[in-house]
Design a protein around this ligand. Structure first.
Ligand SMILES: Nc1ncnc2c1ncn2[C@@H]1O[C@H](COP(=O)(O)OP(=O)(O)OP(=O)(O)O)[C@@H](O)[C@H]1O
Ligand SMILES: [Mg+2]
Length: 362
């Protein structure tokens, strides 16, 4: 078990104009399970590969338990990585695949066998030990790939989208296995995923990466409910966006206005407000402001929440999600006028002035 730290660590690929990972500062606590999310090309895999020793650390350093490993070759690092495109040795049995790295490391046969048996037990592979990879299903192969990392009993596990080739059911199952594994051994783990639900269910903390830097780090709840930047807000699912301007000491969004969230915001500063659909409320009668009238354009009742699309008088399209119960209570119908209660908005002042905003329509 180990603490991992990146200290202003960068990786610039040969010929690249800017670093793929740019002065990363990050401490992964001993025994923590940390998820990395972010758009394609944002540097997630590069972070793992720097830690595994598969890419050079061009500036700064990477430490495992206080030891600088930046210059260590991959074989000397006690770090095991599971790749998205895992390749098993086709001519070896499952047991041989599992034990191969231990054989290379000259681990004695009895110890090798013990570790292989233990990994097979954990991953439910005991009945498959003598089979060849080509006779296994995708999920079983994935478990063998994970088993190869487990037998090494590393200080740190790195998972680079290990579940992305699996169907939904197998993903959920394998996710549980990773959770179980982590609960049993508490090995420090970094986990890259494209799937936000996966990140939210697996991780103790998550990182949102963008263009080689960390946009936000926090518990899944913190990141989802209190996005630190507009980027994080957009990245983590559907969101309503309102463009506004500071006028007469309030933030005017056309359809509604808000009290100034930040003191001293000068007149004519532009701002963007974000609200998640499930955090807006609907009502037939006006309540206390801020709120605005809107006409229901579409209703989708499939799923646990009812999704309602509305248009304000100024033409802004707004998405609101209400519970099935609230939907029945309000007897919502297409074409009806309702009040959208504006709450739980996140407001971000922009560096540009209001003159750059599109003209308000009515
Ligand atoms: N071997 C390489 N040589 C040159 N550039 C690379 C190399 N590997 C990655 N890059 C570049 O570095 C940046 C980060 O890549 P990385 O693979 O870390 O992204 P990622 O977040 O894992 O993306 P994805 O979600 O698509 O896997 C990208 O701009 C990519 O094009
Ligand atoms: Mg990647």
């Amino acid at each position: 078990m180990a603490q991992v730290s990146f200290e202003r660590a960068s990786c610039t690929y040969p010929g690249a104009v800017r670093p793929a990972v740019d002065r990363l500062d990050l401490v992964v606590e001993d025994g923590e399970l940390l998820a990395l999310v972010g758009p394609s090309g944002s540097g997630k895999s590069t972070v793992l590969r720097m830690l595994a020793g598969l890419e050079p650390v061009s500036a700064g350093r990477v430490q495992v338990d206080g030891v600088d490993v930046s210059e260590q070759p991959p074989g000397e690092r006690d770090v095991a990585m599971v790749f998205q495109n895992y390749a098993l040795y086709p001519h070896m049995s499952v047991a041989e695949n599992l034990g191969f790295s231990l054989k290379l490391a000259r681990v004695p046969a009895a110890e090798r066998e013990r570790r292989v048996r233990e990994a097979a037990r954990l991953l439910d592979l005991e009945a498959l030990l003598s089979r060849k990879p080509k006779t296994l299903s995708g999920g079983q192969r994935q478990r063998v790939a994970m088993g190869r990392a487990i037998v090494r009993e590393p200080q740190v596990f790195l998972f680079d989208e290990p579940l992305s080739n699996l169907d939904a059911k197998l993903r959920a199952q394998t996710r549980l296995e990773i959770q179980k594994l982590h609960a049993e051994f508490g090995v420090t783990s970094l986990f890259v995923t494209h799937d936000q639900v996966e990140a939210m269910t697996l991780a103790q903390r998550m990182i949102v990466m963008n263009a080689g830097i960390i946009e936000q780090i926090g518990t899944p709840e913190e990141v989802y409910e209190h996005p630190a930047t507009p980027f994080v807000h957009h990245f983590l699912g559907h969101v309503n966006v309102f463009h506004g301007c500071v006028e007469n000491s309030t933030l005017d969004f056309g359809a509604f206005s808000l009290a100034l969230p930040l003191r001293g915001l000068p007149e004519a500063t532009s701002a963007v407000a974000y609200a998640r659909p499930h955090l807006l409320e609907l009502d037939h009668r006006p309540t206390e402001p801020p709120q605005f009238r809107a006409i229901i354009g579409a209703i989708n009742t499939a799923g646990p929440l009812v999704k309602v699309e509305l248009a304000s008088k100024t033409g802004t399209v707004v998405h609101v999600e209400v519970s099935q119960e609230r939907y029945r209570q309000l007897k919502l119908r297409k074409g009806a006028e309702v009040f959208v209660k504006v709450k739980n908005m996140r407001v971000f002042p922009q560096s540009s002035g209001c003159s750059l905003l599109p003209q308000k329509s009515g």
